[in-house]
Design a protein around this ligand. Structure first.
Ligand code: RTP
Ligand code: MG
Length: 152
């Protein structure tokens, strides 16, 4: 599963009109966009997606932000997709990103510590959970020949 990850273009970047440019950069970096869709998250859905952060001081701001407009969710494929996509995004905090990785997506397209343009799964387990969250019907693994031959 580390060859697939869930990427999200967050509401700040979508609103600013950066989505197409970010998608072009994603493909230039060798990722294949397997599926993509624009979603408006409800508070309930945003709280479920970020449940690991419930109770943290930035949680209310995060939920307000993530429901402030549409997001573009994508499944990206490439060897080492999870780590490579996080590297392409850069550090979580945009000010830090601008200092340490000026050509990262967050440095170029983000605004601050919360409005940071993009999301990426942080492990194979979260990639699996997050891909299912946005694309529950997606079949990720091809059927085995034995499955196809089975008499259902
Ligand atoms: P993400 O989950 O969105 O890919 O970001 P991440 O792993 O780099 O960072 P994480 O710790 O999971 O935080 C999730 C999102 O919460 C917002 N945040 N705001 N103001 C703050 O101190 C703060 N800290 C985190 C950001 O939108 C961050 O991406
Ligand atoms: Mg995270």
């Amino acid at each position: 599963m580390s060859d697939k990850t869930l990427a999200v273009i967050k509401p700040d970047a979508v609103k600013a009109g950066f989505a197409e440019e970010i998608k072009q950069l994603i493909e230039l970096h060798g990722f294949t966009i397997i599926i993509q869709q624009k979603f408006q998250l409800t508070r309930f859905r945003a709280e479920e997606f970020y449940e690991e952060h419930v109770g943290k001081p930035f949680f209310p701001n995060l939920i307000n932000f993530m429901t402030s407009g549409p997001v573009v969710a994508m499944v990206l494929s490439k060897p080492n997709a999870i780590a490579d996509w996080r590297k392409m995004m850069g550090p979580t905090n945009v000010l830090k990103a601008r200092q340490e990785a000026p050509y990262s997506l967050r440095a170029m397209y983000g605004k601050d510590g919360t409005q940071n343009a993009t999301h990426g799964s942080d492990s194979p387990t979260s990639a699996m959970r997050e891909i299912k969250f946005y694309f529950p019907g997606l079949v990720l693994e091809p059927l085995l020949p034995a499955d196809m031959a089975r008499d259902y």
